[in-house]
Design a protein around this ligand. Structure first.
Ligand code: ACO
Length: 472
């Protein structure tokens, strides 16, 4: 029986009022212990019911011998017991009226137990219950303070949803995103995708007001699901940008993917064409995926094609100019009147062409004035700010000035996509973290800043092509 298309249950996956953890363990170091601990410590707003046949209490919560004993409705069950016990747990969860089961357990189709996996899904569907997994590290949804994973406890909140077919990579990236100030709305581990798949989860997130952009680590789709994937993802990309990192590009990489998640790797060109047809942006590296996602999460889409670069370093300006050509970013040829405006912001030996070179003499005030010109002139649609560390301009002071100019523009309704690149050492790194926290995406090399703006343009042009984006 197919439950595809019934997205109602997915709200219980992201915002359940109550969660039962079947296989909640008393022992620190066990997965069933870590999940309860993360739910508690990340501050889940709903009710948590540990289920364990021999425990009375786990982490201060009353434990139940069976899910059927819980004197309340249960929306979601997280299952962390050995594979041979999972069918019975699914049956009891179904009888209890659980809407969605998050099956952490390994030992299903990924090791050849295809039949067990099929029976599990059939049983769940008999009760109208959906399954996430099996073979996953869980799910987190930050607006509900829900961390139902056995990954790290802390997750920075933000607008990026991250769906991953690789568990270990997903867990590892949870820590990395914290370090990089990348704010997440959701983390969803997909595992074997026995029931719910990437497209259905994306469909739900497309309507989630807390998600601005969807990122996906994908190794492959299941046989026969390609057409539906394209159809559903087209609907998703009408509403939200989607960035996919599709691993297994090479022949040997594809073989590795097939043995990892059992997914159909297929020829890479086919995936490439499918992504293009569905308006999906394809990233090649993790860094690229989150770079672009950061820009989508923090910035509006551009209203037009004219981009200006403001820099204190000629070399950085040249590199950014090359990158603009590489990533389809259109550098605006400044008309004379605008050149005159920019000239007022720089020493006499600066250059008011685009890139606008404020020179190594530039201090906060030069940047501030140039930014004011760029934000207030309607012929300019996006801004790239570059900074090379100099002894006369402290990076944090500059970051504050950029935030100030951006906020002022925003309050006047003149907000424009702005990306920053700062090149230097530790103090520059700290200034970039500050910018990212304050909503302005900042990158350590010009190419990454330009590529991220390029991704906004690519998506904007796609929306225009399908008639979904009005520039005026
Ligand atoms: N109902 C409720 N609780 C039960 C039941 C049951 N039917 N049966 C056993 N339990 C209890 C156990 O008593 C135990 O609690 P205790 O430690 O307090 O005694 C707890 O549930 C866990 O059961 P165990 O038998 O100890 O199972 P264990 O924790 O060793 O393993 C697990 C279960 C984690 C699901 C394991 O089978 C498994 O699949 N591990 C792999 C998980 C994984 O890696 N998933 C992919 C993640 S993605 C990535 O690659 C990182």
């Amino acid at each position: 029986m197919s439950c595809r298309g019934k997205l109602d249950n997915l709200k219980y996956l992201f915002s359940p009022s109550s969660i039962a953890v079947i296989g909640a363990s008393r022992k620190p170091g066990k997965i069933g212990h870590a999940i309860v601990k993360n739910l508690l410590e990340y501050g889940f707003k709903g009710k948590i019911y540990p289920v364990n046949p021999t425990a009375n209490e786990i982490l201060g919560l009353k434990a139940y011998k069976s899910i059927l004993e819980i004197p309340d409705e249960v929306d979601m069950a997280v299952i962390s017991i050995p594979a041979e016990k999972v069918l019975q747990a699914i049956d009891e969860a179904g009888r209890k009226g659980v809407k969605v089961a998050v099956v952490i357990t390994s030992g299903f189709s990924e090791v050849g137990n295809v039949d067990l996996e099929r029976r599990m899904v059939e049983l769940a569907h008999k009760y109208g219950m959906r399954i996430l997994g099996p073979n996953i590290f869980g799910i987190a949804y930050t607006p509900a303070n829900m961390n139902a994973t056995f990954g790290p406890k802390d997750i920075l909140k933000g607008g990026i949803a991250f769906i991953t077919q690789s568990g270990a990579l997903g867990i590892a990236l949870m820590g990395w995103t914290l370090l990089e100030e990348i704010g997440l709305s959701a983390i969803v581990s997909m595992g074997n995708m026995a029931d719910l798949d990437v497209a259905e989860v994306s469909q739900y997130l497309a309507d989630d007001p807390n998600t601005k952009v969807i990122t996906i680590y994908l190794e492959g789709l299941k046989e026969g699901t390609g057409k539906t994937f394209i159809k559903l993802m087209r609907e998703v990309t009408r509403k939200k940008p989607v960035i996919i990192l599709k691993a297994g590009r090479s022949e040997r990489g594809a073989a590795a993917a097939a043995s990892h998640t059992g997914s159909l790797a297929g020829a890479d060109v086919i995936y490439d064409a499918a992504f293009r047809q569905s308006g999906i942006l394809r990233a090649i590296t993790i860094e690229e995926m989150f770079d672009w996602a950061r820009a989508f999460a923090l910035q509006p889409l551009p209203k037009g094609e004219n981009v200006v670069i403001i820099t204190n370093g000629g070399g950085a300006g040249v590199m950014a100019t090359d990158a603009c050509a590489d990533y389809g970013v259109n550098l605006y040829t400044l008309p004379d009147d605008l050149k005159e405006e920019f000239r007022k912001c720089m020493p006499w030996f600066g250059s008011p062409k685009n890139p606008v070179d404020l020179t190594g003499m530039a201090v906060e005030d030069n940047y501030y004035k140039a930014l004011k010109v760029a934000y207030s002139d309607e012929r300019i649609h996006s801004i790239i700010v570059l900074y090379c560390r100099t002894a006369i301009l402290d990076p944090m002071s500059l970051a504050k000035v950029i935030v100030q100019a951006y906020r002022e523009a925003k309050s006047e309704g003149r907000e424009k996509p702005t990306v920053v690149c700062m090149i230097g050492g530790t103090d520059v790194y700290n200034a970039m973290r500050y910018l990212n926290r304050e909503g302005i995406p900042a990158y350590p090399i010009p190419e990454r800043a330009v590529a991220s703006l390029g991704a906004l343009y690519k998506y904007k042009r796609y929306l225009e092509k399908i008639g979904e984006h009005k520039t005026h």
